[in-house]
Design a binder for this molecule. Structure first.
Ligand code: HPA
Length: 273
């Protein structure tokens, strides 16, 4: 058996000791969305630290637990906090939670994050729905022996972000008067923010927003056949586009301010999934 697969399976056993809840939608909450769980009818919770082998985050604002419950009639599992590659974890640990949520039964993965805006039309505090991504600057989480239980050796990545889910997000944003940009998200490793030259490079490659998460999770979820959607809170303008130095505090503050709209978009969309 594959060690990575065994580790996810062990985590599932830990989870099943606490709850047999089967989610349909898995939601990953990015920076500032931590209190989204207030909008869920909670059935069960598990701290990451109580799941054997589960990677626990070290970043302020990323306290970690799974929350199981209902958004409207839809059974969801929500990740309050995620781990990032820059924290020093192996990439297989960074994507373990996404794999685990699929094994819990989730068919849909809703990824959220905070990002820096590269597209000159984007404003700080706005939202971008992911239509595609660039993963080239982070390790591919599928490197190593293929785990057949999860998916095929050479998975197609032509349509990572599900068209129907995108349409629901577009429609929901419109109904709620929320401006929703669309574009390509590029993941860099961090933890340093990018240099202006790196942002010019990313722009020339076709990226609209930059961040330090999400793409590796989308790759493994796509490998496992999940339907995926993603929304980024464009918390700041990226380096060189912004005239001021970037800080984590600024990113968190912008995410907190955008949170009520972000929650609305998330809740009303998930109800239609
Ligand atoms: N760069 C990378 N990650 C980010 C940024 C940024 O400008 N803002 C929020 N997350």
């Amino acid at each position: 058996m594959n060690q990575i697969y065994d580790k996810v399976e062990n985590c599932l056993k830990s989870v099943r000791k606490v709850t047999d809840f089967v989610p349909r939608v898995a939601i990953v909450l990015g920076s500032g969305l931590g209190d989204y769980a207030d909008d869920i009818r909670v059935e069960a919770e598990i701290d990451y630290k109580d799941i054997e082998g589960f990677p626990v985050s070290t970043v302020p604002g990323h306290a970690g637990k799974f929350i199981f419950g209902y958004v409207g009639q839809v059974p969801v599992v929500c990740m309050k906090g995620r781990v990032h590659y820059y924290e020093g974890y192996d990439i297989s640990d960074v994507v373990l939670p996404a794999r685990l949520m699929k094994m819990m039964g989730a068919e849909i993965l809703f990824l959220t994050n905070a990002s820096g805006g590269i597209n000159p039309d984007f404003k700080a505090g706005s939202f971008m729905m992911l239509t595609d991504h660039i993963s080239t600057f982070v390790p591919n989480p599928l490197i190593g022996p293929n785990i057949e239980e999860f998916g095929t050796r050479f998975p197609d990545m032509s349509h990572v972000y599900d068209e129907k889910l995108q349409e629901i997000l577009r429609e929901t944003a419109k109904e709620n008067g929320i401006h929703l940009n669309e574009g390509v998200y590029i993941q860099f490793t961090g933890p340093s923010f990018e240099s202006p030259a790196e942002i010019r490079m990313a722009a020339s490659l076709g990226a609209d927003a930059v961040g330090m998460s999400t793409v590796v999770e989308a790759i493994v979820a796509n490998h496992m056949g999940m339907r995926i959607c993603g929304v980024s809170c464009v918390c700041n303008l990226a380096a060189g586009i912004s005239q001021t130095p970037l800080t984590h505090e600024e990113v968190q503050q912008a995410a907190n301010e955008a949170a009520p709209k972000f929650k609305k978009l998330l809740t009303e969309s998930v109800k239609k999934f």
